[in-house]
Design a protein around this ligand. Structure first.
Ligand code: BGC
Length: 763
């Protein structure tokens, strides 16, 4: 590695400012006289979108493997497989001369309407964090960099360049940041990309709290922060906030603005030097990996195939699947001939080849008779003639397989979906076909949940094929014919209808703001809390075999938070074919100081089992599995008490429950202040120690003033209430105000004195 410090010392102010702004759409500014080369970046995240001339904003890119998109990747729940995909992506970067691949995206799926949800992993931060860390580690293990994006709270496309995500600190810490935090701490991405939007009123590109305090200082991020393309409004504010590199370039005005800010003393040169140091580190690190050679097109296509078959989710099956290869199959829907395997926008890949679903079916069933009807047009028009043609085919076949792709005018980067629906034509098609053919299978290609209630009861099976990557057509055939036993499970809830969804009343915002009013309760956290039925729960996915669970054990019944504990469970394949099960471990807190979700995913494992085979599966649950973020302590805290460990095959299918008891090793600072309530004083051990003995006096005095405690009324007073139920939630100072006459000093002074005693232990 070059001596970055000595190069930095030789750079002029102009050179330093120029390095912090791109030289072209995809490259940084080289400093030739000092031997600083340019860094080449390309999109991501599920393929390499390398344009032939990196100095131009071209649209057409060089051929590269289009892997399945993140919705499908997360549904594999297979971190090792995702790691392999990362390695393959890196090999393609090396062959295509790319230093940093712009991905993965670790944003949460706040609403299924998010236009870009297909590029994101999950509604659950734990699962998304594991996936992001694994793919980053895979890519970077080969000396190619990544860009973890879009940091942060970029959960919609509507007004994504300007809207302010209004989100409280606890929700940020527990829902929107943990996937980034895990990926940063575990996999150390070379770069993190800030998002376009504002967070609580400040552009993410200028957000000192997010970029400097949390990402760099708290999480120890050592790489560089790059702007999303065009995310910087005020270059100087961004520099001060912790944004190192602005993209794309060139932008002479920005360079001049930085020079000017340093010259005028508005920004300390040390701030610029810190960004330059970070950029130089990454530039030189990247150049340690020579970029040349070719990549194995066929092997990567095969890997994309394997991932697609692991990530597809069999949502419904009345026993029709797997199909028998000798049947007469009516293949309906234009997605059978025109595979819909990726989404629109910056992630769009020019695939090396494409597996056509129809041909793949044919290849696996040479003795079957396959017929084809297009079923629906490319646009949003309604074509009864196409439906009629499909119905005629379906009637004469043994089985109908209907390939439905959600069109790009309904789902893409850049705009959100307006509803959860397929097109009117697609719904009518499925209904008409299944009305004449009970053996109807629907294969879906989409990046996020669609509503199915209008037609699901009439069909025999539904396979969620996602945006399945270029080889996905073959994976569908594998699953339909049982060559692959499906093992994917949903990384997001499929709701029954749009108005059921967590952010429905706060989506997509307006007047410049979107309020994250549902707080912690997105995805299954919300449906759990509302006890609301869903179409398919988080973690759901069917197999051609069955599994049983037993013998769940905790490594310790009583444990310290810092030690965590390990859960072990035996899983048995009770069916006739080999299969894979995804074991999910959720944690439920019996009692907590602040409201918590009913349960949260904190561990998982995917296990392959032969018929009759049993394997023991273990997951370690660490401190964070039991902790929650307390906005007043400004840290993750644990509390003594019982937790339930739930071993499940989906969020709605819990097989084993273990009760364990945690001992917190934290010694928390006293957070009582002059507005603390009586109940808060009693809940705090130091508060209780100094104030507890007065409580009886306060109660007696309160009852004397307001009545109650009288034999005639029990605890109620003449105004029909228990006064202490109200007073306990009043600030101590307010309670004392009512008792002023009985006090030897003013209420404020008394509280100040108690506070001093309570806080003295912290000094
Ligand atoms: C997208 C990023 C992408 C960048 C470069 C932006 O519009 O939000 O995800 O990496 O463009 O193409």
């Amino acid at each position: 590695m070059k001596n970055v410090q000595s190069i930095l010392a030789k750079m002029t102010l102009e050179e330093k400012a120029a390095l912090c702004t791109g030289a072209s759409p995809w490259t940084t500014t080289p400093v030739e006289r000092l031997g600083v080369p340019e860094l080449i970046m390309s999109d991501g995240p599920h393929g390499v979108r390398r344009v032939p001339d990196v100095h131009a904003m071209a649209i057409e890119s060089l051929p590269a493997t289009c892997f399945p998109t993140a919705s499908c990747l997360a549904s594999t729940w297979d971190v090792d497989l995702i790691h392999k995909m990362g390695e393959a992506l890196a090999e393609e970067c090396i062959a295509l001369n790319v230093d940093v691949l712009l991905g993965p995206g670790a944003n949460m799926k706040r609403s299924p309407l998010g236009g870009r949800n297909f590029e994101y992993f999950s509604e659950d931060p734990y699962l998304a964090g594991e996936m992001a860390a694994s793919i980053i580690d895979g890519i970077q293990s080969k000396g190619v960099g990544t860009s973890l994006k879009h940091y942060a709270a970029n959960n919609q496309e509507f007004q994504r360049f300007s809207i302010s995500a209004e989100v409280d600190e606890r929700t940020l810490r527990e829902i929107y940041l943990p996937a980034f935090e895990k990926a940063v701490k575990k996999a150390k991405p070379w770069t993190v990309m800030c998002s376009y939007n504002k967070v609580n009123g400040t552009f993410a590109s200028e957000h000192t709290h997010l970029l400097t305090e949390i990402l760099k200082d708290e999480w120890g991020f050592e790489g560089l922060v790059v702007s999303d393309w065009g995310a910087v409004r005020d270059r100087v504010a961004a520099l001060k906030g912790g944004l190192d590199l602005e993209m794309p370039g060139p932008q002479d005005r920005r360079v001049k603005a930085v020079v000017e800010a340093i010259r005028s003393g508005k920004v300390d040169e040390a701030v610029l030097d810190e960004s330059v140091r970070r950029i130089l580190n990454i530039v030189f690190k990247a150049k340690e990996t020579p970029k040349n050679g070719t990549f194995d097109v066929d092997a990567h296509h095969e890997l994309a195939h394997e991932i697609a078959s692991e990530g597809m989710v069999l949502l419904k099956n009345n026993g029709l699947l797997p199909l028998k290869a000798q049947q007469h199959i009516a293949v309906i829907g234009r997605a059978a001939e025109n595979a819909h395997f990726q989404g629109g926008g910056s992630s769009h890949i020019n695939p090396t080849k494409v597996a056509v679903p129809f041909k793949e079916l044919q290849a696996q069933a040479p003795n079957a008779e396959l017929t084809y009807a297009e079923g629906y047009p490319t646009d949003n028009s309604f074509r009864q003639d196409m439906i009629d043609q499909a119905v005629t085919l379906a009637q004469s076949a043994d089985v109908a397989v209907v390939y439905i792709a959600l069109p790009t005018f309904k789902e893409s980067e850049g705009y959100d979906r307006q509803d959860l629906d397929l097109t009117e034509q697609q719904v009518a098609l499925i209904k008409a076909v299944s009305a004449v053919q009970p053996n109807t299978v629907v294969v879906l290609n989409n990046g996020a949940p669609v509503a199915m209630r209008e037609w699901i009861d009439g069909v025999a099976a539904v396979l969620e094929g996602w945006m399945m990557g270029q080889a996905g057509g073959a994976a569908i055939a594998d699953v339909l014919f049982g060559k692959v036993n499906p093992s994917g499970k949903l990384a997001e809830t499929f709701p029954i209808k749009l108005s059921d969804t967590p952010s429905h009343l706060n989506w997509p915002g307006g007047a410049g703001e979107v309020h994250y009013g549902e707080g912690l309760f997105i995805g299954y956290r919300y449906y759990d809390a509302r006890e609301m039925p869903v179409l398919f729960p988080f973690g759901h996915g069917l197999s051609y075999t069955t599994f049983s669970y037993g013998n769940a054990k905790a490594s310790a019944k009583n444990f310290k938070d810092v030690d965590g504990m390990t859960v072990t469970v035996d899983v048995t394949n009770t069916g006739n074919v080999a299969g894979k099960e995804i074991v999910q471990v959720y944690v439920h807190d019996h009692e907590s100081g602040l409201v918590r979700p009913e349960k949260e995913l904190k561990g998982f494992a995917k296990v392959e089992l032969q018929p009759g085979e049993t394997k023991s599966v273990s997951t370690h649950l660490d401190f964070r599995a039991f902790a929650y973020y307390h906005p007043e302590y400004k840290q993750w805290i644990t509390e003594d008490g019982d937790f339930e460990i739930l071993v499940a095959s989906s969020a709605a299918d819990i097989h084993e429950a273990l009760t364990v008891t945690l001992e917190s090793t934290l010694s928390l600072p006293c957070i009582l202040d002059k507005e603390s309530t009586v109940r808060e004083w009693l809940a705090d051990p130091r508060g209780k120690a100094v104030f507890g003995s007065f409580y009886a006096q306060i109660e007696a005095q309160s009852r004397k003033i307001f009545g109650g405690g009288d034999e005639r009324y029990g605890n109620e007073n003449a105004i029909g209430m228990d006064i202490m139920d109200m007073m306990n939630d009043m600030p101590l100072v307010s309670v004392l105000m009512f008792q002023q006459g009985a006090l030897t000093m003013p209420a404020e002074e008394m509280v100040a004195g108690l506070l001093m005693q309570a806080h003295s232990a912290d000094q």
